[in-house]
Design a protein around this ligand. Sequence first.
Ligand SMILES: CC(=O)SCCNC(=O)CCNC(=O)[C@H](O)C(C)(C)COP(=O)(O)OP(=O)(O)OC[C@H]1O[C@@H](n2cnc3c(N)ncnc32)[C@H](O)[C@@H]1OP(=O)(O)O
Length: 433
Amino acid sequence: MGRVSDIPDYRFRTFPASVSAEGTVEPDTAAWLRVESQGFHEDDPSDTALGDAARNLVADGRQLTGVYVDQPLPGSYGAHMPVATFADFERTINVGGGRLLPAHLISSVTVRPTHRRRGLLRRMMTESLDRARERGLALAALTVSEATIYRRFGFGIATSVHHIDVTTDSRFRLLTRPSGRVELADARVLLDIAPRVFARFHERSTGSVDRQERYRWRSAGLQSDKGGPDARIRAALHYDDAGEVDGYVAYRSHGWDTTPLTVQVVDLVAASDDAYLGLWEFLAAIDLNDRVRYHAAPVDDPLRWALADSRSVAVTELEDWVWLRILDPIAAFEARPYATEGEVTVGVHDDLGHAAGTFRIAAADGFATVTREFDAAPEVTVDASALGSLYLGGADARVLAAAGQVSEHASGAVGRLNRLLASDTPIYGISHF
Ligand SMILES: CC(=O)SCCNC(=O)CCNC(=O)[C@H](O)C(C)(C)COP(=O)(O)OP(=O)(O)OC[C@H]1O[C@@H](n2cnc3c(N)ncnc32)[C@H](O)[C@@H]1OP(=O)(O)O
């Protein structure tokens, strides 16, 4: 063993999450999950929670990266417990017009406090992005704990949500009645229904990221954070006029000791505008309750416009949600739709190289041809992070220019870029990973 002050040699290992045919969590997966829980200040997982979490990772097809030290100090965590965790897996993102583009999702990033700021995150991230690029993926995405970490790796805020508190007293009245009706259900039906309703939401909502396995189990009240069932979860379904379920809400009461009495939305998925408003009408009708709290409402929320008193909705927070990283500008910008015609030449700075270069985006008939330019001067310049923010149309190029994140080299180019990339539908997703 070296001197205790020495920085140890690190061993990086990437392996698939694994559970045996008999249901036993494979030891490396179990150790990785225990370290991840510690990194996010969660309880050390019970056997039930460990089993649930491991099966979810396997169902997601997650690749786990662990960083190991071979000779840990005596009495400290053993060599099987990683000092850092990282996971990646593949899911689609709706990039507009119902086009679903496969993307590289990154989550579960933790580094033990005793090993931080030695470049472990940087190495896990750069190697993961390299693997994604080799597999031909054009986009990477993550949701973040702190907004200061990932810009340096080329990620930019692409979608946002509002946290809202809705007062459900007599002022809550919809201006028009949504079609269909709502009925209560045993939350366990969501195990099957939730993915089907979500798939319809995913296809209609630009910015939506396909969901990981855990969502349906949690919404069905079958997996609490501590493992095992969550008996407080309740559910309601929205039926369209043909009797088909096109929306659901899973919710729980905060209990009698909360003032005002509060119902928390755990998950609300609507595959139609009527389902969204119908579910809100239901939530507002719950008796012995004064307030409904929801932490993933659209920034452009139809509820506010649907109410006789828009002040029933209080926005308590604007949260950055999905951060996008363009790995292949040509494939990414040719995959999304375009509502207008036009062209602009964009220069991209990218410290990691993936999106670096000058690209001409020329859009016509809803599609764009994107070409790499070697001689043409860029009309605007951005870094990779701003490119990720602009990609879906969720960020306004004029606003990013005012913020110093887009530089204009040809008069009017920022306005042209903004018109070219504007989305013809609101940008909204409800998956956190
Ligand atoms: C997608 C997700 O999973 S989000 C969850 C992120 N995880 C957490 O918040 C859990 C608690 N935090 C941690 O575990 C660690 O502090 C981590 C993962 C954030 C950082 O890990 P480290 O190994 O210390 O990062 P590393 O040494 O590779 O630093 C890479 C760069 O990020 C910077 N950085 C690291 N952490 C932070 C931070 N919290 N805020 C701002 N900058 C940061 C470093 O200064 C360094 O910058 P540079 O390379 O440009 O000089």
